[in-house]
Write a protein that binds this ligand. Structure first.
Ligand code: HEC
Ligand code: HEC
Length: 619
């Protein structure tokens, strides 16, 4: 679709930008702690959508711009845009004329009203701790928000707004759905992957449903609230040889189904494989259940598509769910039956999805197209696209965006099974170990290194054998992805994108960014002779050029010694050290990487370990 066909005249944007600039300037005054508004030329990068005004208006949450956009999808125009804070992560409708949004880095829950064709902030609550997905109860009284940094959901009384209770769910909770009964919520957690059912009225966990997997996406309820579907990525545990990838033994895309009516409290988990032999599906995330769940829509950012599952098919057959881990490639009958399974190419990186009340239209936040897309569900066709940015990007921003597109493109792997992001979630790490052939041997599983500031933290890989950054990227594309040889431009743009990935600010800091008293004590200990940490974690990123044997080597290792990883952004990790054996920082410092083990220094007292952990979390 060309720019001129999208129904946006240049003139309208001039007016819009002027209004937007004056609006954000005044808002910035009232939000002293918030970052300055971005340039109107920058990308909006929508990640989530909500429908308001009976489906006549759509609100997108724009991660890179820090804004919400109000869109008139029929006219194909952006009517208004409102700054809400650093990295909006989610937006959900609250009745027909309000929305609730979260800002992941800003740490806020923001309530915004639709007044005429304007967005007006009417409430704000600081939650901190990386609030991600949320949903609103059917009566509009309560929001359930995933606090992804601290394994909890916050149950928020929206009338005040104030936190009524926090419930511990599981590690890395990212997405939430509320059932129609007004008190049941489903939360998907990506580490110790699972679905957790919460009773929001009693503020307690009803049941936990763990399974082995990663990157669990948006859950959706059946009308009766007893069945929940969710997309997720299967972790096959095998090294990425061509044969293993094609057999579905490395990663796979799945839809899970949790039936709470299975007779016992445990519920029953089932799985469905989405990967078609020769043409797999990459990075499933968004989900919408319509017609009571007879139709499921799933976004797959890695393969740029919207998937539709419908049952029963033309011949009356059901969708063949199997055990939760699924088959390794999709059942052939299903793959060939368009009445039950179809795929729609949307381009870019489709993420959040919302469907109108009659189930006729789906609205998709497409981050890399920088647009809101409209899909007609009767024809299952793309019928509209509204660009969200006012102006084209600068040449530099366009270059970085090209690299971002490579990073999130499963098309760069053999038969499009996975992308860099499948393992390096949003540029960070992941929750499992992989054998990527990175050190030239099989059977050496290692945790995924986050890529924040990675260009500056050479030498690369855990063993630190890789001294050439560009070569490490080319190797990832060819060996880890088994994809085509990249061009010099591919590597250059990918490197430019990775250079933009700074470690996320720690949500464990005090509101003014300073360290807590415990973290300050930990900081002094970290730098002390007694603990000796700064002998190896030396520079501003807490790494160094040196390689060290810290007692974790195996006889089969091909390279000697290990490179200290950067310790910035550590709060997002759930598995530590290259083996991933340590599941908490406490375990790192007491079981596997204690000063007495590493340097033969004195053992630390429990209170000292607690202080060091407080410091490490705040980096
Ligand atoms: C199957 C999972 C997986 C995929 C896909 C993947 N990586 Fe990695 N990556 C890892 C693991 C595991 C490590 C650590 C390996 C080691 O140290 O031996 C790693 C390490 C790296 C490093 C070194 C980081 C450092 O701090 O030393 C870079 C750079 C990197 N990956 C970039 C990429 C890029 C770019 C892509 C996509 C082209 C990609 N990776 C795809 C799992 C993956
Ligand atoms: C002799 C050098 C050395 C010293 C001293 C040292 N480290 Fe490390 N550190 C390393 C190396 C090398 C690794 C990677 C080990 C591996 O997993 O193979 C590491 C890993 C870590 C990790 C895991 C990071 C992750 O992403 O999984 C943490 C946390 C850490 N160090 C903190 C500390 C603290 C705190 C101290 C002081 C008490 C300390 N280190 C002292 C070299 C050192």
């Amino acid at each position: 679709m060309r720019q001129s066909e999208r129904g946006l005249s240049g003139q309208r944007w001039v007016v819009f930008v002027a209004v937007w600039l004056s609006m954000t300037a005044s808002l910035a005054d009232s939000l002293a702690a918030e970052p300055q508004p971005v340039s109107p030329a920058a990308f909006r990068s929508p990640v989530a959508v909500a429908l308001v005004a009976g489906g006549e208006r759509v609100v997108t949450a724009n991660a890179d711009a820090g804004t919400l956009s109000l869109v008139d999808p029929a006219a194909g125009v952006v009517l208004d845009e409102l700054m809400i804070g650093d990295e909006p992560a989610w937006v959900a409708a609250l009745g027909s004329d309000r929305v609730v949004a979260t800002t992941l880095i800003g740490g806020d829950l923001v309530i915004v009203s639709l007044t005429g064709d304007r967005l007006v902030e009417t409430g704000r609550l600081h939650l901190g701790l990386e609030p991600a997905g949320l949903d609103v109860s059917a009566d509009g009284m309560t929001a359930c928000v995933a606090l992804s940094a601290v394994d909890r959901v916050a149950i928020v009384d929206l009338a005040k707004p104030a936190v009524r209770a926090e419930v511990v769910v599981g590690r890395l909770p990212r997405f939430v759905a509320c059932a129609a009964d007004g008190r049941t919520a489903a939360v998907t957690c990506s580490a110790e992957s699972g679905v957790v059912i919460v009773d929001t009225a009693a503020a307690e966990v009803v049941s936990r449903h763990p399974f082995k997997g990663l990157n669990v996406g948006q859950p959706g309820f059946a009308a009766d609230g007893r069945t929940i579907w969710f997309p997720w990525t299967y972790d096959g545990g095998s090294h990425p040889s061509r044969g293993n990838i094609r057999r579905g033994w490395v990663t796979g895309s799945r839809v899970g189904r949790l039936s709470l009516d299975a007779g016992d409290a445990a519920g029953e988990l089932a799985g469905l494989t989405l990967d078609v032999s020769g043409r797999a599906v990459g990075d499933v995330r968004g989900l919408a259940a319509i017609d009571g769940g007879a139709t499921l829509l799933v976004t797959a950012g890695g393969t740029h598509e919207l998937l539709r599952l419908h049952e029963p098919g033309e011949r009356g057959d059901a969708i063949p769910y199997t055990q939760i881990s699924g088959l390794e490639v999709m059942d052939r009958g299903l793959a060939a039956d368009a009445s039950r399974f179809s795929r729609l190419d949307l381009g870019g990186r489709p993420l959040g999805i919302a469907v109108d009340e009659p189930g006729r239209r789906a609205y998709v936040a497409n981050r890399l197209r920088d647009s809101l897309q409209v899909v007609d569900l009767d024809r299952f066709a793309l019928v509209g696209e509204v660009p969200l940015a006012a102006a084209g990007p600068t040449a530099e921003a366009a270059l970085v965006r090209q690299g971002e597109a490579i990073f999130f493109d499963a098309g760069r792997s053999l038969d499009q099974w996975y992308s860099c992001h499948t393992c390096h979630y949003e540029g960070g790490g992941n929750t499992v170990t992989f054998d990527t052939l990175n050190d030239g041997s099989t059977g050496s599983y290692k945790t995924v290194l986050p890529l924040y500031g990675v260009a500056e933290t050479g030498p690369w890989t855990w063993h630190g054998w890789q001294n050439d950054f560009d070569a490490s990227l080319a190797k990832s594309l060819v060996d880890t992805m088994q994809g085509p040889e990249p061009s010099a431009e591919d590597v250059q743009t990918l490197a430019a994108y990775l250079r933009t990935l700074e470690p996320p600010p720690s949500p464990y800091r005090e509101p003014d960014g300073s360290l807590s008293a415990a973290a300050e004590r930990g900081q002094r200990l970290f730098a002390s002779e007694r603990a000796g940490c700064t002998e190896c974690h030396t520079d501003s990123r807490f790494t160094s050029d040196g390689l060290y044997d810290v007692g974790l080597a195996r006889r089969s290792d091909r390279y000697e010694g290990f490179s200290p990883p950067s310790l910035l952004g550590l709060h997002r990790k759930t598995r530590f050290l290259h083996t991933g054996k340590a599941k908490s920082l406490d375990e790192v410092l007491t079981k596997y990487h204690a000063p007495d083990q590493v340097l033969g220094r004195a053992e630390l007292a429990a209170a000292e370990v607690a202080d060091l952990v407080a410091y490490l979390r705040s980096l």
